[in-house]
Write a protein that binds this ligand. Sequence first.
Ligand SMILES: [Zn+2]
Ligand SMILES: [Zn+2]
Length: 131
Amino acid sequence: MVQAKKTAAYRVIAGPGGKRVFRFYCDISGELCCVTKSIRADAEDEALEIAWETEGRWAFDRCPQCGRYVSSAMFNINAERCLDCAPWENEYPVFCHHCGIRLKDPDAFFCPACGARLLVGGTEEEEGRTE
Ligand SMILES: [Zn+2]
Ligand SMILES: [Zn+2]
């Protein structure tokens, strides 16, 4: 049985005087996303809850499909899922990222409504690139 996760993966660094610092990590990449201030509480559970509510959770996106907490780099904002559940690769965008219309033709490279280049079939041109 999979329990709903309450927080992202974390490590505790215990300091003197019952103070603890929490480090929260992305559930997919393992990237360190948040290091909290030192938190004073009687029990570790209590400290964790404070750390998560006041600091940790704001550094993450939660995937509603798998329930994991991931960094913004590991979150597909178009699909509102983590990249494990909704990878960027080989996925045709359902909505134009520019004007927001629903797209129908999976072979189109440009949005039929606004002409924006879609995020498939190559790299987007970046402005101000220096080479
Ligand atoms: Zn997911
Ligand atoms: Zn468009």
